[in-house]
Design a protein around this ligand. Structure first.
Ligand code: FES
Length: 80
């Protein structure tokens, strides 16, 4: 079985920070450190990704999750 590590980019630019992207990243770290996604994902903090009006922004693979939250990111991970 092929194992692949999924990359998750969490924007920590100023607009996303205002929308608590840091809190979202911490919740994601916690969520991904156990359960079905354990060891399968790599969280990467980024600078502004130019989607500021849709903050907070998280990119999961090739999907841009705008005005996102923990639930949306987990749902997208399950789909991908
Ligand atoms: S600050 Fe996050 S996209 Fe610009």
């Amino acid at each position: 079985m092929e194992s692949r590590r999924r990359l998750i980019f969490v924007c920590e630019g100023s607009d996303c920070k205002k929308e608590d992207s840091k809190g979202l990243r911490k919740s994601l770290e916690k969520e991904l450190s156990s359960g079905e996604f354990k060891g399968q994902c790599k969280l990467i903090r980024t600078k502004c990704m130019d989607f500021c009006k849709s903050a907070p922004v998280v990119i999961i693979g090739d999907h841009v999750s705008k005005k996102t939250n923990l639930k949306k990111v987990i749902e997208q991970l399950k789909k991908s």
